[in-house]
Design a protein around this ligand. Sequence first.
Ligand SMILES: [Zn+2]
Length: 177
Amino acid sequence: MKTTINLKSLNINNEVVAKFWSQVDKHGPLPDQSNPWYKGLSNCWTWTGSKNTGGYGQMRINKKQPGVHRISWFIHHGDVNEDLLVCHKCDNPSCVNPDHLSVGAQADNMLDKSRKKRGKVPFNERNGKTKFSSSQVATMRLIYDTGLFSIKELAIKFSVSDQNLSKILRLKSRPPL
Ligand SMILES: [Zn+2]
């Protein structure tokens, strides 16, 4: 299953690159430096063009609308396999700063793994609290960060309530483990 658009097929030429840069504001917000997740990150580069409902910048190329953070990755680092996720370290979906982007593991693999583990790991049934390992939480954040799935869809995939999942995704003040 392909989760994203193959960038190579889009012919990202000089004209496209120029159009990309014309919609980037390099003086975006500085991620909260008191937060260990964001410490050391420079200013976000805000996409000033059109965005999808998740806040991810979009650009129309050959009738397709890839996320502009992926275009940014392509311009700065080269092609990225369409099975891989380009994620935001800054948690700012409209940011295209290449220093704030990282490539994540295969989405399908992670979803499959979480499906297989369903019912075994996630729930501590005695107190009703959800228990996820830090790597499971990282996976959720990674997948949510693609903007491809809504909280509702992810909640179903991870066998967790919408409320619990939004709580987990909001836990940004927690330092990395
Ligand atoms: Zn950023």
